[in-house]
Design a protein around this ligand. Structure first.
Ligand code: GLU
Length: 494
């Protein structure tokens, strides 16, 4: 018999063994301890079975591959733990958590520099608010669609939960391609996007931030328009604002810095150090920029960065001038890593069409896009002696790649834990906005370090395996999921 308590009620499973995956139905009897009545009408509670849930979701949402991939990964790793809580299944926590609370989908119309009218699709997925107002970034990329934003929003729920801050999960964006756009075009698009969305966001409702294609400049244009429409000033309606008008120091660096703090724990867990380690990063945007800075500060050597056009190998390691130049490359909207090799001939060697994973390294950190590291890349990294892998992009590794790293016993940190420093610092920005104060960079950095260290500890607590290894994916998913599930139980069937 398996028992669990929820509020005043006591649940227990009769005629069924929760840990037996072959049991289709367990019988749940709900009795009230307070009224002292027992054997109230019996309710049949199904054991949660990932394959059944996934078959139903695949039929309901055909072709939403990223979303289905993200859901499967979470459910497979929490299944055993979840089934120890019959009250979760009685309240249909999984069926509720996999569907967003709501999705806004809207047309964004703007005029380009040639006077042509352009039409894009915008979205905001408000996924789960059990822990707080919806929180998560906006992605501007031509491949953005509902499936992509649902996967990102779903991941965001558990990532935000891991930070232990009062943040619900959400995500949004548009199929707008910033590549080659002028500053004025970016501004007009951002204004048109917020014109459609502003009534559905706000510091206590939903607080978007940046993501791929959305940085400080875009947040500035969106926040300017939001303020004008909402007549609100210096609020946390959007985060990632610049310092001086509501932004937090350290927010631009936070995702990359936080990721390296997490990796430092992974390395130290093995009695090892970051000193002298060769690090390969993909991408050259805000996240890779922060990670490169912090990795260098800890004595590691960044030997590769990459872009959609290919890889830049950096035989002597990246230096401060190159790290600064990454900002110019992002601001140019050219989206070409070759620019680094053109600027620093001999120090950065460009190879078209290759990924960062072709460069020999000790630590691989995907920092660009989902599913950017495939199984064959993982095999190449393993053959080249990689020692640690940490996803900084959301769902940066394909399932086959993760399985290959885990089979080779290479510590693998999942994105929702490794990159949580970004949203955590957004949470700190909201705190500063609400309190009308500014913390120093040192204060924010100390809080970020503590949050990353606590996230790491939670992953170890729930991910420690019988053989002593740590399954960080399982640890992050269980820790993140349980906090949300308990909050949903406490808040009733809504
Ligand atoms: N886009 C980032 C993420 O994936 C940051 C979100 C935020 O700061 O709200 O977590």
């Amino acid at each position: 018999m398996l028992e669990s308590e929820q509020g005043k009620r006591k649940y227990f499973v009769e005629n069924g063994n929760c840990s037996n995956k072959n049991t289709t139905f367990a019988t749940l009897s709900i009795s009230s301890k307070l009224s002292n009545t027992t054997n109230k009408p019996l309710i049949k509670v199904k054991q949660m079975k990932v394959n059944e849930i996934m078959t139903a979701l695949e039929a309901k949402h055909p072709g939403e591959n990223e979303y289905l991939q993200a859901v499967r990964e979470v459910l497979e790793t929490i299944e055993e733990e979840y089934n120890k809580h019959p009250e979760f299944e009685a309240a249909k926590i999984v069926e509720r958590i996999v569907e967003p609370d709501r999705i806004f989908k809207f047309r964004v119309v703007w005029v380009d520099d040639k006077g042509q009218t352009q039409v894009n699709l915008g979205y905001r997925v408000q996924y789960n608010a059990a822990l707080g107002a919806y929180k998560g970034g906006l992605r501007f990329h031509p491949k953005v669609n509902e499936s992509m934003l649902k996967f990102l929003g779903f991941e965001q729920i558990f990532k935000n939960s891991l930070t232990n801050l009062p943040l619900g999960g959400g995500k949004g964006g548009a199929d707008f391609d910033p590549t080659g756009k002028s500053d004025a075009e970016i501004m007009r698009f951002c204004q048109a996007f917020v014109y459609e969305l502003w009534r559905n966001i706000g510091p206590d409702q939903d607080s978007p931030a940046g993501d791929v294609g959305v940085g400080g400049r875009e947040i500035g244009y969106m926040y300017g328009m939001y303020k004008k429409l909402a007549r609100e000033h210096s609020t946390g309606a959007l985060t990632g604002k610049s310092y001086g008008w509501g932004g937090s120091l350290m927010r631009p660096e936070a995702t990359g810095f936080g990721a390296v703090y997490y990796v430092k724990h992974m390395v130290e867990e093995k009695g090892d150090t970051l000193e002298g380690k060769r690090v390969a990063l993909s991408g050259f945007g805000n996240v890779a920029w922060g990670a490169a800075q912090k990795a260098c500060e800890f004595g590691a050597k960044v030997v590769a960065i990459s872009g959609p056009d290919g890889v830049c190998e950096l035989p002597e390691g990246i230096n401060a001038e190159m790290i600064n130049y990454m900002l110019d490359m992002r601001a140019s909207n050219r989206n070409k890593v070759q620019d680094m090799a053109d600027k620093f001939p001999g120090k950065a060697i460009f190879t078209p069409g290759k990924k960062a994973w072709s460069v020999k390294c000790d630590i691989a950190m995907p920092c660009a896009f989902q599913n950017e590291l495939a199984e064959e890349d993982a095999k190449m990294l393993i053959a080249n002696g990689v020692k640690y892998v940490a996803e900084v992009s959301n769902m940066g590794c394909q399932p086959g790649a993760i399985a290959a790293f885990q089979a080779a016993k290479i510590p693998f940190g999942p994105g929702k834990a490794v990159n949580a420093g970004g949203v955590a610092t957004s949470g700190l920005e909201i705190c500063q906005n609400a309190g009308h104060i500014n913390w120093t960079a040192k204060e924010v950095d100390e809080k970020l370090k503590k949050i990353m260290s606590d996230i790491y500890d939670q992953c170890v607590k729930y991910g420690k395996q019988a053989d002593g290894t740590i399954n960080y994916v399982k640890g992050a998913n269980i820790a993140g999921f349980m906090r949300v599930a308990h909050a949903m139980m406490a808040q009733g069937i809504i």
